[in-house]
Design a protein around this ligand. Structure first.
Ligand SMILES: *Cc1c(COP(=O)(O)O)cnc(C)c1O
Length: 470
């Protein structure tokens, strides 16, 4: 082991006054490799299926832990290029399977600064300015969600999954102050699977799931379910933007029922929440501000690199069950001396400053700029639905609510449809999702790319038609 001060200098660091000088040539290598990888791929997805993709990666990479290193430039060139070549590229208009969005270049650039500075959000002495930026930014976003709340605030999370889990945790702790009976979640069959996992992780009974044949929760069903609970501790979970179809539950009616039964409401707006940025689309979220907790995901309609999740509440004091003491991170005398206590803002300890890329994006684009991006992708979805309705070879499931369009070749069966989707992946020509409804299986296009043009949609439909067995 070389002693400190020995001849060989260790690899340079990203921070300090010298960090930028060390980073610049490495970034040149990274950016070059990204371009080369994308060119080599030549489409939205690496062709050949899992075996071929894995074989190409293994050949390019060789040993994952070589005895002697290859040096920074070679390692970056090889691995970044291999990863780019073998990636699903959400910046390609033909990559539209999941809520897997193309990050904005400015957000990715901001994330680089977060990596170089590496503030950790669990104590003030690791993140003095980053914690202040997080406070400022989360309050602004929470105020968008709960404009009339007494003290709107939001936790930064790894995404909808963690946000939903925290929402259930806060509801469990609030219920515990009133009764020893376990909290039961009541949600629709359209709720995200993470709601069920959260109940399991938190030791709660399995959620009571109401059927949603129409794609959204029926207030009459919820009314009956709440009546039948006779005041037992309950949390209602509604969805604003379902993962399968992008539908929004009837929020005002559900909020009325929760009020009438004195039951808290959580709204999972992981997908639909950013409609708040748009003056024209915001009315679709009427009632959102009546939820006790709201999940938002800015790595979906928000164009952030993963992770950029939020859990918004109208009153910061509701977050107090998360308060936690670790004498080396938030000693009582530091807090008394005025140091912010950050540990209660997440169940995690070390935590990335994901707020930086979010804050940069909000500042660079403004509310209107983000609203414009949301409007663009929703308009693109309407356009794709128009094209499908007018096309004799295709059947449309329903008009889109957000930016998700379900469709299928007319007269196809479920097995042929599943084959079509896999064939498109194997050829690397298009990445589409699938969704199952009472009417059977559908292809799902989740449109998150604000640069997608009408002829991209025509090309996508042509590809599907060309890969449909006849
Ligand atoms: C995507 C999604 C989630 C999960 O979010 P992650 O960021 O993937 O953890 C939860 N709920 C809904 C409605 C979603 O669309």
């Amino acid at each position: 082991m070389p002693a400190p001060g020995a001849d060989q200098t260790p690899a340079p660091l990203a921070g300090g006054t010298e960090g930028p000088r060390a980073l610049r040539p490495l970034l040149d290598t990274v950016l070059h490799a990204l371009g080369q990888g994308a060119t080599a791929r030549g489409g939205p997805f690496p062709p050949g299926g899992p075996d071929a993709v894995t074989a190409r990666l293994r050949t390019a990479v060789g040993p994952a832990l070589p005895e002697h290193g290859t040096g920074a430039h070679e390692a970056l060139r090889t691995l970044v290029r291999a990863l780019a070549e073998g990636s699903a590229d959400p910046a390609d208009p033909r990559c539209a399977a999941h809520l897997h969005g193309p990050p904005l270049a400015l957000a990715a650039a901001a994330d680089l600064a977060a990596d170089a500075l590496n503030p950790s959000m669990d104590s003030w002495d690791q993140a003095p300015a980053a914690s202040a930026l997080e406070t400022l930014t989360t309050r602004a976003l929470a105020t968008l969600v709960h404009p009339t709340g007494p003290a709107p605030d939001a936790l930064v999370t790894t995404g909808g999954t963690e946000s939903n889990q925290l929402a259930l945790l806060l509801a469990r702790e609030a219920a515990r102050t009133r009764t020893a009976a376990p909290l039961t979640v009541v949600c629709g069959a359209n709720a995200h699977h993470s709601v069920h996992r959260a109940a399991w992780l938190l030791g709660l009974p399995a959620p009571q799931t109401l059927p949603t044949p129409a794609g959204v929760l029926d207030p009459a069903d919820l009314a009956a379910a709440l009546d039948a609970r006779h005041g037992a501790p309950t949390l209602v979970v509604a969805t604003a933007g379902t993962t399968d179809t992008g539908r929004i539950d009837p929020l005002p009616k559900l909020a009325d029922l929760c009020d009438a039964h004195d039951v808290p409401l959580h709204i999972d707006a992981a997908y639909g929440g950013p409609l708040l940025f748009s003056d024209t689309l915001r009315p679709a979220l009427d009632g959102l501000d009546r939820a006790r907790t709201v999940t938002l995901d800015l790595h979906k309609l928000g164009w952030q690199p993963v992770a950029a999740g939020l859990l918004a509440v109208p009153d910061a004091t509701w977050l107090s069950p998360l308060a936690h003491r670790a004498p080396y991170l938030n000693p009582a005398d530091d807090i008394e001396a005025g140091h912010p206590d950050l540990l209660g803002r997440s169940p995690r300890t070390s935590r990335r400053p994901d707020i930086l890329k979010i804050a940069v994006t909000l500042r660079a684009l403004g509310r209107r700029g983000l609203g414009d991006l949301v409007e663009r992708v929703c308009a693109t979805a309407q356009l794709l639905a128009d094209r499908i309705e007018a096309h004799p070879a295709f059947e449309l499931h329903s008009r889109p609510t957000l930016s998700t369009v379900l469709f299928r070749p007319t007269g196809t069966d479920d097995r042929a449809l599943a084959d079509t989707r896999r064939r498109l992946l194997d050829h690397g020509t298009a990445v589409l999702g699938r969704a199952s409804t009472p009417e059977g299986l559908w292809l799902k296009a989740t449109l998150l790319n604000p640069h997608t043009r009408p002829d991209d949609l025509d090309a996508l439909l042509e590809l599907v038609e060309g890969h449909t067995p006849r």
